[in-house]
Design a protein around this ligand. Structure first.
Ligand code: PBG
Length: 329
């Protein structure tokens, strides 16, 4: 072999490196998470997510048009719900004139081709900050799945292209799929958060939406009875396979970088597109290190996203989407 075979030949110049590169990042890879709030002229920075904002509908409209012009083609919507509209059953989530429903319509009016995905879970609407209905210290499974199905239909009626259930109740993909079919929404897709772990990396997101579980007696203080144990690998495959069988069009692993072993495992196992959510805590960590001058922000950002794609992601939900596209163009 050596010296006849020298691996460094394929690394000798930028041109040959470009030629043999296995993984590339393009604007088509990204889902852009957006945080929507009530009001007018509101664009407030999220303290634990530097340079990321909660926006009222007027700003949302501008933002989405800008994203589209940059070449980004899909958004993932989250809403921050006023405290007085929250209850245990997430009733406000079903309001046809609710913030989510208005946000969908605003985007579809401003930019019809932008793919709109919506988060489906009760937590932003829940007075307890849980993804499901709470009763006697438990998160009810089947009752919650029914509400999520109604919520999905409501988003579809408002014009969403995909619903993205992020709650981890059992059987919710089938319940949602059947409800969408019953209402004639045959072409509305489901992107399932399939392997979603009970992760501490969601902290900044819960700040952004004020959606953390509340500290009240007889209400679980964490989401460990429905989100997955970070220690588990085989369970992720089972969860994901079940979601595919129940009708998920796209599956997701979340968080991203610390869970790339799971991403590869799932990519090898299923034949639907695999999405990865590079979550708020991952974003916050890099922003903080870069602010201190300890890491090269752009270089580390690109390396992390390459790693996520290399592991098997077909789609990446990332707060860095705009930064990346700016860097690419
Ligand atoms: C809501 C939801 C969460 C995230 C996405 N959807 C928070 C949670 O499950 O507590 C986290 C996203 C992020 O941290 O960027 N069910």
């Amino acid at each position: 072999m050596y010296p006849l075979v020298r691996n460094r030949r394929l690394r000798a110049t930028e041109s040959v490196r470009r030629l043999v590169r296995e993984t590339v990042i393009t604007p088509d890879d990204f889902l852009v998470p957006l945080f929507v709030v009530e009001g007018k002229g509101v664009k407030e920075e999220i303290p634990s997510m530097p340079n990321y904002y909660r926006m009222s509908l007027d700003h949302l409209e501008k933002e989405v048009s800008e994203l589209w012009k940059m070449g980004l083609c899909a958004v993932l919507l989250f809403v921050k719900v006023p405290e007085n509209l929250k209850d245990n059953k997430g009733t406000e989530a079903l309001n046809p004139e609710g913030l989510m429903q208005r946000a969908i319509k605003t985007i579809k009016n401003a930019c019809p081709e932008m793919l709109v995905m919506t988060d489906v879970a009760l937590d932003p609407f829940s007075s307890y900050g849980h993804d499901g209905i709470v009763a006697e210290g438990q998160i009810l499974n089947d009752e919650t799945a029914e509400v999520l199905a109604e919520m999905s239909v409501s988003h579809a009626q408002a014009g969403a292209d995909f619903v993205a259930p992020s709650d981890m109740m059992d059987g919710r993909i089938m319940t949602i799929r059947e409800a969408l079919e019953d209402e004639g929404f045959h072409n509305i897709g489901i992107m399932s958060y399939s392997a979603k772990y009970a992760s501490a990396y969601y902290g900044p997101f819960r700040d952004a939406l004020d959606s953390a579980p509340v500290d009240i007696e007889n209400v679980p203080k964490d989401k460990k009875t429905y989100q997955m144990d970070p220690a588990n690998r085989f369970e992720a495959i089972r969860e994901t396979q079940m979601d595919v069988d129940e009708g998920a069009d796209i599956v997701m692993v979340k968080p991203g970088l610390p869970y790339l072993d799971i991403v590869r495992e799932i990519k090898n196992e299923v034949d639907v597109p695999v999405a990865v959510y590079q979550v708020s805590g991952e974003y916050a960590m890099l922003k903080a290190a870069a602010e201190k001058g300890w890491l090269d922000h752009d270089a580390v950002m690109m390396e992390q996203l390459l790693a996520i794609k290399r592991a098997g992601a077909n789609i990446v939900a990332s707060y860095f989407a705009k930064d990346v596209v700016q860097l690419l163009t």
